[in-house]
Design a protein around this ligand. Sequence first.
Ligand code: URA
Length: 183
Amino acid sequence: MDWETLEEACRTCHKCALGDTRTNCVFGTGSRTAELMFVGEAPGEQEDLSGTPFVGRAGQLLNKFLDAVDIPREKVYIANILKCRPPENRDPLPAEEEACIGYLREQVRLIRPKVIVCLGRIAAMKLIKPDFRITKEHGEWFRKGDYLMTAVYHPAYLLRDPRKKEDMLTDMKRLRAKLDEMN
Ligand code: URA
């Protein structure tokens, strides 16, 4: 599948009920030749309204961490497990994840990033392993086929518990070092 077909399929998708309540499908943003891809959970209110991932408060905090380790946002690709906003930002339902994950898999197949970073436990449980423990395993590296994967705290979680920002900076520095080592 090519980008145009994939994006059109996503924008007109009604595989789950979130297709009825979305304002916009939040497909993904950034470089389609990125070496580094970030995957979050699902769009929030600002993302649903704008059609772009990570533009609300959590997104602004993510931008700060990207800046802190000199990773330009436009050089990475950012997407979510779910492309449509769950009502009241509740956790994605397993059936919604199943309905939607194919779009993300196609995005990964088209981009072929070297490194995939899961933002938060929901993405880590879906992409790395179902029993992923974010407090214990954030910042660890996992090799999954062609991809090197890790998970960091979700920026929305850091807004609720700012003490974890220190760990986030450590993980982001390790990510930066890994990218430097690969190039
Ligand atoms: N939280 C997410 O997981 N994704 C977004 O795009 C915004 C907030």
